[in-house]
Design a protein around this ligand. Structure first.
Ligand code: FES
Length: 737
């Protein structure tokens, strides 16, 4: 294989993501290149291609056949190697290209699934409580030393099965792996710590082989390799090494950066304190902006062209997650942290076959640490002059020290951490069909006590018997003793609406939290309310309030057909001529550009509806120069998601080639739901078709794609599909499972 780098572009600034300039402000550094030279060759570090755009990064990361994750024979070219090699192996086996990595992925996936991580949450809360208990009475802490490093270390090591003694001994060295600069004393400490980790892993493997316990290591050592043999000690050491080294410090860094940012932005911190549910959404924005892993590299196995640049087999290419996560083509105003942005296409966990397997665990640890800090240390103040950032080499950001002060508080001991949101068990008192496939469900306190008042735009979080959590906007009277939500039955959704429709009968009990309001009315001389489909629910409550106030309001309400538009008559009765009903089969898609262009100065615009409608409202407001006056409530996947008609969905069979099993996917269930029991190794995350975690090879049959990951060519080829949303065009599919 010959390496023939093209002539460097002498006119362009040399690219080096390890340079002091890049380390000082990677986002600005990549922005400059993205704007001037989005893809290019640099002679730095023996020469490599760099990319900066989200689309290019996604394309490379998903194409294992062309862009190999396996390291170049020449070894470290100085591009992205911070994690040391697995002892005795050339490379961590999980980092190999599939199918070589598949046995190792399938080994860890069941341990890190959403359900498995859910079961770990009490343990995560316990460790977080204990860590904060240890310093809360003193009024000061170093968040890195006392919280963000020891908690992920204790959780990960406890989960794996390491004894308590090891948690403290290993937390510091794990942090040193990433922060160490070669040749420093700290690097030596890191190496010593890792040697200790390796020896402890080997001892633990031996102990659990002899006597299994209820821990993850016992599962790993007794699992069977697809070749019909146990995993070797060396394989297990390497897998566990990466679980500890890769999982702990990334969460440490993410949490640290978030704590620092919230100290610098007390208004945003207050929003999270006032509205704890907002953290569930904000975590994705924090991941987008503060994900510590900056970049990875791939080696070309064949010639390719990216961004008009001819890349040759054997060359290296950098895929910077940090650049992709700040690409304005995908994330408007990318350098602003917007707590309720919900940036579903961020690449904090990567994408493709090498996507981080520990995403659910990372979110759970981050969420619990943040939740307890915001409830137990709400007034903490980071001391900016004492912050110590990582001595990074350009691949990992984070902190060595985050000193903070706060009013001392009480230890909790074994008491549960305070829960900031009230949960209630409510009884369904009325169910009414208010449009095709839409029911209005009224809830009351079974004791007869009234329920708190709420403000228009507020929503409830409903915990369904299956464990699913769903948010529904309140649409009744804000001052009434009961709460009413309206739910559209979506057979192709993630199952929550179907479940709620099935159980919503008078007398049924539901656990709800809230109300919380992410979508409040603002003071304005005039209001334009835009609703699409079931997005009418908060808009109805807003219209009712504005009419009652005598405020100036206009409502534009679109839906597929008149019959599908819930509350249309109520709305007209309420606001008369101020309401425009626009069923799509009669009027086509609402012209939001015209509606927005007609608003007066100071008009506040609100939009709740499907993603394409919100995207259209955003575009219209941006074009009219009033983007800052638009308020949106999202309830579906991003605009790229296919809008599908699920009413004609039918059942089909799925053959699993590796096991020979055949299962039937009913019309109202998704492949991933049906497979969860029979293929516990199946990976999934978003379950809405945008993260790529569940991509599965199709060996026979024609898939019907409903995701926003695959390109048009990939859809046409039909060689893989996202099983969380996709279905079959043929009576059966054969999957490589
Ligand atoms: Fe995210 Fe399927 S789980 S695309």
């Amino acid at each position: 294989m010959t390496l023939t780098p093209p002539r460097p572009d002498l006119d362009a600034a040399p690219f080096d993501h390890h340079s002091p300039e890049a380390n000082a402000d990677p986002v600005a550094y990549y922005r400059r290149f993205r704007e001037q030279r989005p893809v290019g060759w640099t002679e730095a570090h023996d020469g490599f291609w760099f990319t900066t755009r989200h689309a290019d990064v996604v394309r490379i990361a998903r194409d294992d056949a062309t862009f190999s994750s396996e390291r170049a024979p020449a070894g470290d070219r100085g591009i992205s190697f911070v994690i040391p090699f697995g002892p005795g192996l050339e490379q961590y086996p999980i980092e190999l290209d599939p199918p070589r990595s598949t046995p190792y992925r399938e080994l860890v996936n069941p341990l890190l699934s959403a359900e498995a991580v859910e079961a770990l949450k009490p343990m995560i809360a316990r460790h977080t409580t204990a860590a904060i208990d240890a310093f809360i009475e003193s009024g000061s802490a170093d968040f890195v030393r006392d919280l963000t490093n020891p908690v992920p270390a204790a959780v990960t090591l406890d989960w794996l099965g390491f004894p308590t003694d090891d948690w403290k001994k290993l937390a510091g060295p794990v942090h040193d792996i990433f922060a160490s600069v070669p040749g420093t004393e700290r690097a030596l400490r890191g190496v010593e710590g890792l040697m200790y980790l390796e020896s402890r892993i080997r001892e633990l493997i031996a102990a659990r082989r002899a006597q299994p316990r209820e821990d993850a290591v016992s599962v790993l050592v007794h699992a069977e390799h697809p070749e019909g043999r146990p995993f070797t000690e060396q394989e297990l050491v390497s897998v566990m090494y990466l679980l500890v080294a890769g999982g702990v410090d990334t969460t440490t860094s993410l949490t640290g950066s978030t704590l620092v940012w919230l100290s610098e932005h007390p208004d945003q911190r207050q929003r999270l304190i006032d509205d704890p549910d907002l953290l569930d959404v904000a975590v994705e924005e924090f991941l987008r902006v503060f994900a510590p892993s900056q970049s990875m590299a791939r080696t070309l196995l064949a010639d390719a062209e990216i961004g008009g640049c001819p890349m040759k087999a054997g060359q290296r290419v950098l895929i910077p997650w940090v650049a992709a996560n700040h690409d304005p083509e995908v994330f408007p105003d990318p350098e602003t942290v917007v707590l309720d942005r919900n940036p579903q296409r961020h690449l904090a966990f990567g994408i493709g076959s090498h996507r981080c397997a520990g995403a659910h665990l990372a979110r759970a640890m981050f969420g619990e640490m943040m939740r307890q800090v915001l409830t137990r240390l709400p007034d903490y103040r980071v001391l900016p002059e004492s912050l110590v950032p990582y001595p990074t080499r350009g691949n990992q950001t984070g902190w060595d020290a985050i000193p903070a002060l706060f009013p001392p508080g009480p230890r909790l001991g074994s008491a549960p951490a305070p829960t900031p949101v009230v949960s209630r068990e409510l009884e369904v008192t009325e169910v009414a069909t208010v449009a095709t496939d839409v029911v209005a469900v009224t809830l009351a306190d079974p004791s007869g006590a009234g329920l708190p008042a709420w403000t228009p735009g507020a929503h409830l979080e409903v915990r369904l018997p299956s464990g699913r959590l769903r948010q529904y906007s309140l649409c009744g009277e804000p001052g009434a003793d009961t709460w009413t939500v309206a739910v559209l039955r979506e057979p192709a959704g993630r199952g929550g609406s179907v479940e709620l429709h099935e159980l919503a009968r008078s007398g049924a009990r539901l656990t709800v939290r809230g109300p919380r309001n992410h979508f409040p009315l603002v003071e304005a001389p005039d209001h334009l309310l835009i609703a699409g489909g079931i997005g009418i629910t908060p808009i109805l409550a807003m219209a009712r309030e504005l009419v009652a106030r005598g405020a100036s309001v206009r409502v534009l309400y679109g839906g597929r057909t008149a019959a599908s538009m819930a509350f249309a008559e109520d709305l007209v009765a309420l606001a008369g001529d101020a309401v425009q009903l626009l069923p799509q089969d009669v009027h086509g898609v609402p012209d939001l550009a015209a509606a927005v262009a007609a608003v007066g100065p100071g008009t506040a615009v609100y939009c709740c509806g499907p993603a394409p409608m919100i995207a259209a409202a955003e575009a219209a407001c941006a074009a009219a120069g009033i983007g800052d006056r638009l308020h949106v409530e999202r309830f579906t996947a991003p605009a790229e998601e296919l809008v599908v008609d699920t009413s004609r969905d039918v059942a089909f069979d799925v053959h699993l080639a590796r096991t020979g099993t055949t299962v039937t996917v009913p019309a109202d269930r998704r492949i991933v739901e049906v497979l969860r029991d029979v293929v516990p190794t199946l990976s999934s995350d978003c379950e809405q078709g945008y993260c790529g975690a569940c991509e599965t090879r199709v060996l026979a049959g024609e898939p019907e794609h409903r995701d926003s990951v695959l390109t048009e060519e990939e859809r046409a080829a039909g060689r893989s599909m996202m099983v969380c949303v996709g279905r079959a065009r043929t009576p059966s599919l054969t999957l490589d499972l």
